[in-house]
Design a protein around this ligand. Structure first.
Ligand SMILES: Cc1cc2nc3c(=O)[nH]c(=O)nc-3n(C[C@H](O)[C@H](O)[C@H](O)COP(=O)(O)O)c2cc1C
Length: 195
């Protein structure tokens, strides 16, 4: 029986697979947990190979930005045993849950996976007051991963909207994450954009 770490709806977590981490949505509805993972990502490749994924609960905005755009060094992963399988989670996770992942459907674009819980653990229980700056880092990072491919001006406007919320509502860590985000998508902080 699990601890029930997920809430209903889409849980934006950091998914770890073997030596890989990326923000991913875990969709929890009607007691079923699913993921839609686009082809071409390391996450899709590793899950197809190994059949497991770990959901990491972590509230550092920099981790969301970093893992969306680059790889983490091996020292940031920890081995865990889950039902006889060695899985890897983030060393900094406040809680984690390991899942067996099976392919429910495969489309031209993505794998649709159904997850079943192997093991979950709360490492430290921290309190996270709602902060719009943190939330806007998540939003801006989602848009930025799409902007990187499409350069769609509407996404650019959304990123700028969320950047202004980060500046208004975030703390030092959110501002650092925002600066890092701009380096990946080649927008300068004060840029008004060519569109
Ligand atoms: C909050 C957030 C949620 C995301 N959710 C998904 C998702 O559910 N499925 C997906 O394929 N990509 C998702 N992405 C985009 C991936 O994180 C991004 O493509 C990443 O580069 C994949 O890394 P990887 O190649 O190491 O797997 C999300 C990004 C963010 C910021």
């Amino acid at each position: 029986m699990g601890l029930g770490l997920l809430r209903e709806g889409i849980n934006e977590v950091i998914a770890t697979t073997w030596q890989n981490a990326a923000p991913m949505g875990l969709i929890y509805r009607n007691q079923v947990i699913r993921m839609v993972v686009f082809h071409g990502s390391h996450t899709a490749e590793r899950i197809s190979q190994d059949g497991w994924v770990v959901s990491n609960f972590i509230f550092d905005p920099l981790v969301y930005v970093r893992t969306a755009f680059e790889d983490l060094p091996p020292g940031e992963f920890l081995d865990e045993e889950a039902e006889g399988i060695t899985v890897q989670r983030l060393a900094g996770a406040e809680a984690w849950a390991a899942y067996h992942a099976s392919v429910e459907q495969e489309t031209d674009d993505a794998l649709i996976l159904t997850l079943s819980l192997l093991k979950e653990e709360v490492c430290r229980a921290a309190f996270h007051p709602v902060n719009r700056g943190f939330n806007s880092i998540i939003e801006a990072t989602v848009h930025a991963t799409r902007f990187q491919n499409s350069h769609d001006p509407r996404l650019y406007d959304l990123i700028r909207h969320h950047a202004s919320l980060v500046r208004r509502c975030g703390g030092a860590r959110e501002l650092e994450a925002l600066d890092l985000l701009f380096t990946y998508i080649d927008i300068k902080s004060g840029d008004t954009g060519p569109w």
